[in-house]
Design a binder for this molecule. Sequence first.
Ligand SMILES: Nc1nc2c(c(=O)[nH]1)N[C@H]1C(S)=C(S)[C@@H](COP(=O)(O)O)O[C@H]1N2
Ligand SMILES: [Mo]
Length: 170
Amino acid sequence: MKKIIAIILLLLITTVGVTAYLNRGYIKDKQAMVENSSILIKDEGGEVGVIDLGLIKDLEPIEFEVNLKSSGKDPEEHTYKGVTLKKLLAFKDQSLESKKQVVIRSIDGYTIALSAEEVSEEDNVYVVYERDGEPLGKKEEGGSGPYQIILRKDPFSQRWAKFVVEVELQ
Ligand SMILES: Nc1nc2c(c(=O)[nH]1)N[C@H]1C(S)=C(S)[C@@H](COP(=O)(O)O)O[C@H]1N2
Ligand SMILES: [Mo]
């Protein structure tokens, strides 16, 4: 009996250790994406490309006004600048045609799933990098960037993702 308990404990400790080790690498990679101000693009788990600020600025970003509803506050109108995720994916030769959804992951673990149809809409899902003419700022700086996903059709901003580091087509 003691032996069984010892084995179970050893297995648990190993599992926790291995998970912690794997997560360490994961978080380090994610942090690197933040430092380089880039977003990793994946297709069914495989890395297929990287989006950076140079590319976003090359794709004729636009400014638009939306309401931001922060928790515990009244909605505020802000101007955001960015390009559609649709345009960025098209530029990176990523087709949404046979895809069901696009999963957006952030440095703090926040994850949202967008349907392929939503992302395919002409004027809805934006990757933004400026708010009211200023860079969004990183999480440590109290910002919401370097990149944020904004759904212009979500009036309560619940599904907006701050600190975005990864976009995966599924
Ligand atoms: N990465 C990330 N994005 C996020 C969240 C979060 O915790 N992490 N919270 C969501 C929620 S619940 C809201 S209401 C909006 C606005 O967040 P704010 O209250 O911090 O402005 O961001 C959304 N996007
Ligand atoms: Mo919220």
